[in-house]
Write a protein that binds this ligand. Structure first.
Ligand code: ATP
Ligand code: MG
Length: 521
């Protein structure tokens, strides 16, 4: 027994010695360049990852993070540069090549197949063989998939098509899929953007466990606190170029922001000077729909920003959808400017002056194959046609105006939205609604996946709209954001209103208590 123990200890110390001496990077990307029509997405970028480290990759929207990772994954061929894997030149022409080397990727745009269940999605293309050639051992597949999900503490059925899950859970299923591949390097492109704090902690636990096993992780996130919390080193990109790679221990969030934007950032949250009017623009009385929205009443004033906080699943999106008519309310009344409205379809809400920027912009907010201009004017098309003709000059003018105002980074207004970076796509959705001059604008997680600079721009924009009298309902899971930008904060818990707070005096504790159902008001 003692001999074995000794041998184990000896082996262990030999192993640690060997690995500390072995300083060969797992991955080196050198001088990577990639151009798209009109955009130099990457310009001679270097990136090095060591085994067992968590490397954060940060930069503003459009800086080139996803593109660099797609080059690594073989989705795009680079125009120049080389990739070394464990010191050897590697050719990666497809995601399959990358997977063979031991690279697995969680894409920013979720890549799950909506109508397949979680089990089939996790083992897509890697189904365990059954006894007869060409068959699949489904029992084993579902058992393994269940274990993968259990590991993340995810309580979802492996046999339910993933389209029935909220995005947060879909994101976790992607994570489970990547973890199940036994990879040496896992790339996570904004894996936490729609997760709750608890899910983020679970994910971080997994990342630390991977690190301890010598697996490397490249972690992309716009939440810089997370980056400082979990990463060992940070690589910063700006406009397709490498700014620097530094150990996290040397950096503060302000340092990272400065490196990202190349200048000092002013105040992120700026309160506007004009208070909301007394006049109510939208009033909701006893609104209900199933379990998720129960007897909700509130009034939104002209020029007011009303934050909507709550845990994921508290019914915030459902409340918005009920007001907007996407899933119409079954009980209660909605009044706009004091007039009762019957909203059974989104068109009716839109016609009355209610706009809605949904949480899941890829599926509900955008036509990805169409141009920036087409998407921006989509909702306002009726005003831009003259008989049968579209007033193209006006379309171009409106679009360029929004591109400038919201600082949408695109080579031209003719660019397909699919080719814009995630954050810039979000700005296009917002622009689309602004063309309608809405009286009420509902924003569901408007800054998800958006960099600090663009966030500040979106807050400024919300303030401008409020100053012009628009009533804004903003759903957000980020408390600092809700507290920083709102006038009042409405908190939901299990479909019910758990309290309405004045944002200037509310504390994070009070909001959390209300959100978790402690001390209901
Ligand atoms: N397929 C494509 N065709 C044309 N341009 C593209 C394509 N993919 C990316 N781009 C452009 O390349 C640049 C880099 O985009 P990328 O998606 O890598 O940014 P990112 O750093 O991941 O941003 P985000 O934080 O918003 O996700 C952007 O200007 C983008 O518009
Ligand atoms: Mg990206």
């Amino acid at each position: 027994m003692s001999v074995r123990l000794c041998r184990g200890a000896l082996l262990h110390s030999l192993f640690t010695l060997a690995s500390s001496m072995d300083n060969t990077p797992l991955l080196q990307m050198r001088g990577i360049s990639k151009a798209f029509p009109g955009v130099q997405a990457l310009q001679s970028v270097d990136l090095t990852v060591y085994p067992g480290e968590i490397l954060a990759l940060v930069g503003e929207n459009g800086a080139g993070k996803s593109t660099l990772m797609k080059v690594l994954n073989g989705v795009y061929g680079a125009d120049a540069g080389e990739i070394l894997w464990q010191g050897q030149a590697a050719t990666i022409h497809s995601p399959h090549d990358a997977q063979r080397l031991g690279i697995s990727m969680i894409h920013q745009e979720l890549a799950l197949i909506p109508y397949l269940d979680a089990g089939k999605n996790i083992y897509l293309g890697r189904e365990p063989a059954g006894r007869l050639p060409g068959t699949v051992n489904w029992r084993s597949l579902y058992r393994q998939a269940q274990a993968d999900l259990d590991r993340l503490g995810l309580e979802v059925s492996v046999r339910t098509p993933v389209r029935f899950f909220p995005i947060a859970q879909q994101q976790m299923i992607e994570v489970a899929k990547a973890l199940s591949m036994d990879a040496r390097l896992i790339v996570m492109d904004e894996p936490t953007s729609s997760l709750t704090d608890r899910e983020v902690e679970t994910l971080f636990g997994q990342m630390r466990a991977l690190r301890a096993q010598g697996v490397a992780v490249i972690f992309i996130s716009h939440r810089l606190e997370e980056v400082l919390h979990i990463a060992d080193r940070v690589t910063v990109l700006r406009d397709g170029q490498l700014v620097d790679t530094r150990p996290v221990s040397e950096l503060s969030t302000d340092d990272i922001i400065r490196m990202m934007v190349g200048r000092e950032m002013g105040q992120i949250f700026e309160r506007r000077s004009t208070p909301p009017a007394d006049e109510v623009v939208l009033e909701v009385r006893g609104l209900g729909r199933g379990e998720r929205v129960r007897d909700v009443s509130f009034a939104l004033r002209k020029g007011e920003i009303l934050g909507v906080a709550g845990l994921v699943g508290a019914g915030r999106t459902e409340l918005a959808e009920a007001i907007f008519g996407a899933r119409p309310a079954t009980a209660g009344t909605i009044l706009l400017d004091g007039q009762p409205l019957r909203i059974r379809r989104p068109q009716e809400a839109i016609r009355s002056g209610i706009g809605f920027v949904p949480e899941d912009r890829k599926r509900q907010g955008l036509f990805l194959r169409m141009s920036v201009a087409a998407n921006v004017v989509m909702a306002a098309l009726r005003r831009l046609t003259h008989g049968l003709f579209i007033r193209w000059a006006r379309v171009e003018q409106i679009t360029s105006d929004f591109v400038t105002r919201l600082d949408i980074r695109t080579p031209s207004t003719a660019q397909r939205v699919r080719n814009l970076s995630g954050g810039n796509q979000q700005k296009v959705v917002i622009a689309k609604w602004l063309t309608l001059d809405p009286k009420v604008l509902i924003l569901d997680e408007p800054t998800r996946g958006i960099d600090v600079g663009a966030k500040a721009e979106i807050y400024r924009l919300m303030n401008q709209l409020a100053e012009r009298g628009v009533g804004i309902l903003m759903i957000s899971s980020e408390l600092p954001e809700v507290m920083g930008i709102s006038d009042r904060i409405l908190v939901m818990h299990e479909g019910r209103l758990a309290g309405i707070f004045d944002a200037r005096t509310a504390t994070e504790d009070a909001l959390m208590n209300a959100a978790t159902g402690i001390n209901p008001v």
